[in-house]
Design a protein around this ligand. Structure first.
Ligand code: 3PG
Length: 391
């Protein structure tokens, strides 16, 4: 979009495939707005250029068109928090075309949750053709869903001239720049549950990073690999060999790997439980590892303060439970206050920053979860392959 002449947009029907899939509560009310806000520059630009802007997104993983997943709450959000005139079509039928006929230049038409239509996730060609028939131009702006082969992502651009929106361009350029031109020392802080989900990421980053600090449940798989007991904690039996191989490869590459020296352990995974800090060598057999400890934080903070580039993915513990969120929040704060270039991604990690009001302290917070990881791993994302930038 940044290379496309703004004058060509006036009066054009522009289909924006966005990812407005922000967190909602049981009633379907938005309890986060990071992705919606990140999409507003593209919508605002198109509105300003006098285009008729058709916005489509998925929300959640509905099984049966549950009302909480309707985009009517996004419509309310946009009407309240943006200057745009937004219309909404609550269902997938002929009314989409009827309402579109009434749309004026500079107005926005928000379509219903794409996943309420069976053709979206099955990548049905007829559905893609129908979506394409609504517009003159297609803009892909759903970076968070770029790894999905769904109709509105990979098939609509077959039938329309297509290009990327500002947010997606920024995600790609920033992440590529980070990986290719990272100023050393490059520190990678990695948390989350499974080593097995992040093997490819390790493989790539062991080549690029000078230091890797590990937290979250995946640390327990490494503890097992080192011969320590992890009590009742989750760990991946099948990934112990992989964890050993990762540590060996790191040594060969001259990449330092840090694992928590101390951890918080809890009797149960709940707020009102007994907790204490113990050395990784003394994890009690009847307790769960739920967060990193203060000694570990001090070590990781030193690494954070001496790094020139920091990439963070994955919380340090079970941050959703406030009692176990200290480590993740402290790491977030330490990165925010450090001098290096800071980039973070993954739904949970972004949520830690959001809830601590730290997003603006980062150079880039990716709107992608799975897509961010796939892109970091160096995978081709189907959405990006489907786009053939128009001039
Ligand atoms: C996400 O939340 O990561 C994206 O919106 C994609 O959603 P999905 O994992 O349900 O496809």
């Amino acid at each position: 979009l940044s290379n496309y002449s703004v004058y060509k947009l006036k009066g054009k029907k522009v289909f924006v495939r966005a990812d407005l899939n922000d967190p909602i509560n049981e009633k379907g009310e938005l309890i986060g707005d990071m992705r919606i806000r990140a999409t507003l520059p593209t919508i605002g630009y198109l509105v300003g250029a006098g285009a008729k802007v058709i916005v489509a997104s998925h929300m959640g993983r509905p099984k049966n068109k549950e009302t909480k997943y309707s985009l009517c709450n996004v419509k309310k959000y946009l009407s309240k928090n943006s200057p745009f005139r937004v219309h909404f079509v609550p269902s997938w039928g002929d009314e989409v075309k009827d309402i579109l006929k009434l749309l004026r230049d500079g107005e926005v038409l928000l379509l219903q949750n794409l996943r309420f239509h069976p053709g979206e996730m099955s990548n049905d060609e007829e559905f893609a053709k129908f979506l394409a028939s609504l517009a003159d131009i297609y803009i892909f702006e759903a970076f968070g869903a770029a790894h999905r082969k769904h109709a509105s992502i990979v098939s609509v651009p077959k039938f329309l001239p297509s290009m990327l929106g500002f947010l997606t361009e920024k995600e790609i350029n920033t992440i590529n720049r980070l990986i290719e031109q990272a100023k050393k020392p490059f520190l990678f802080i990695l948390g989350g549950k499974k080593v097995s989900d992040k093997i490819k990421l390790f493989e790539r980053l062991l080549e690029k990073a000078q230091t890797i600090c590990i937290g979250g449940a995946m640390a327990c798989t490494f503890f097992k690999a080192m011969g320590y007991e992890v009590g009742q904690s989750f760990y991946e039996k099948d990934a112990i060999t992989t964890a050993n191989a990762i540590m060996k490869k790191a040594e060969q590459n001259g990449c330092k790997i840090f694992l928590p020296e101390d951890v918080m352990v809890a009797k149960t995974i709940s707020e009102n439980t007994e907790t204490r800090y113990v050395s990784r060598k003394d994890i009690p057999p009847d307790m769960h590892v739920v967060d990193i400890g203060p000694k570990t934080f001090e070590t990781y903070k030193k690494e954070i303060n001496s790094a020139n580039t920091i990439l963070w993915n994955g919380p340090m513990g079970i941050y959703e439970i406030p009692k176990f969120s200290w480590g993740s929040k402290s790491i977030a704060m330490a990165i925010a206050m450090s001098k290096g270039i800071k980039i973070c991604g993954g739904g949970d990690t972004a949520e830690v920053l959001n809830s601590s009001n730290l997003i603006s302290h980062f150079d880039h917070v990716s709107t992608g979860g799975g897509a961010f990881l796939k892109f970091l791993e160096g995978c081709q994302l189907p959405a990006l392959e489907a786009i053939s930038d128009i001039e």
